[in-house]
Design a protein around this ligand. Structure first.
Ligand code: ADP
Ligand code: MG
Length: 331
């Protein structure tokens, strides 16, 4: 089983940033309104994610960290099929198979908390352990037992950079959640939760935009908000003069989910080059909202791609909205 989990980990766990992503998404799934993220050595030495979500009943801890789909994998030939289906329910067993892992948790109604430790895939016993309501997952020494993978980890700063990049996406997508980050024992980032609390994602405020992408970005963007034909596009796009723009300041969220989409990226770029007569990479933070039935989000769960039912229409909507906003500034 450990071997299968390690093979799955090859898909789920590319680097510390993928662990952070999986664990924080679990915390949000559990309804957390606050998530603390403690890192050491770029996450390679330690990733600790603590949430104030629902917690897990002690007797369900072993289930949470076990593979639900084991029986589906009859042979190695099947692994490819599994890979393309994504890995629902496989994040925790995969991560636990390539690290020193522990999960401590308490439900609100439980008398005491509990902990389950897994060392390189070897599952221990559920033990009592004090814990406030919610869950803490610790992942130490990532890939300690898979030297071939560990070898491919980059310098501390590079791995930390990947984590921070993902955290920026999260901070933009979920302004309702409080986030605290520390690295090597020092607090590094803090975002206060805004608006309606967990489960009620509020619109991104100027404050959080500023806190996330910095003053230079905030000072040089235009507000966009346009709705038509059941589509709404809102957010910020770089002013024509903002030329520090690079591909790393391009954020697109479809129904609150960070997404990469070629067609929309093309529409944005086209709007800029038609108005400004150059095709630089513009900076933007854009939220597209539409009826969930018009978009298929399960094309590739790990790669954040989506498929629109009416891709052409959406392309043209984005293009026209931005073209108008940019042309207005040129006068
Ligand atoms: P998935 O998220 O796809 O269900 P995971 O392996 O990431 O699979 O998690 C397995 C299960 O463990 C989740 O479905 C959830 O029931 C439970 N779980 C994981 N993390 C948390 C958490 N932070 N709080 C509460 N429950 C959790
Ligand atoms: Mg998960």
């Amino acid at each position: 089983d450990t071997l299968i989990n390690q093979i799955a980990a090859g898909e789920v766990v590319e680097r510390p940033a993928s662990v952070v992503k999986e664990l924080v998404e679990n915390a949000l799934d559990a309804g957390a309104s606050r998530v603390d993220i403690d890192l050491e050595e770029g996450g390679v030495r330690l990733i600790r994610i603590r949430d104030n979500g629902s917690g897990i009943p002690a007797d369900e801890l072993p289930l949470a960290v076990s593979r639900h789909a084991t029986s589906k994998i009859a042979s190695l030939d099947d692994l490819e099929g599994v890979a393309t289906l994504g890995f629902r329910g496989e994040a925790l067993p995969s991560i636990a198979s390539v690290s020193r892992f522990s999960m401590s948790t308490r439900r609100e109604d439980a008398e005491h908390g509990s902990v389950l430790e897994i060392d390189g895939g070897r599952v221990g016993e559920v033990m009592p352990r004090p814990h406030p309501q919610g869950t803490t997952v610790e992942v130490r020494d990532l890939f300690f037992n898979v030297p071939a993978r560990r070898k491919f980890l980059r310098a501390e700063r590079t791995e930390l950079g990947h984590i921070e990049e993902w955290l920026r996406q999260l901070a933009l997508a979920r302004p309702d959640v409080e986030l605290r980050v520390s690295h090597n024992g020092k607090p590094s980032r803090r975002w206060k939760g805004e608006g309606g609390g967990a489960g009620a994602p509020s619109l991104l405020s100027d404050t959080r935009l500023h806190e996330t992408l910095g003053q230079e970005f905030t000072r040089n963007v235009l507000r966009v908000d346009h709705a038509a034909a059941g589509l709404r596009l809102h957010g910020w796009i770089a002013q024509p003069a903002y030329n520090r723009a690079s591909t790393d300041q391009q954020y697109l969220f479809v129904n609150g989910r960070s997404v990469r989409d070629r067609s929309i990226a093309h529409a944005v770029k086209q709007a800029y080059s038609d108005v400004l007569c150059h095709g630089r990479h513009p900076a933007y933070v854009l939220f597209l909202e539409l009826d969930p039935r018009r978009v298929d989000v399960n094309v590739h769960p790990a790669k954040h791609e989506v498929r629109f039912r009416d891709s052409r229409l959406i392309h043209d909507f984005v293009y026209r909205t931005l073209h108008e906003a940019l042309a207005g500034t040129r006068a």
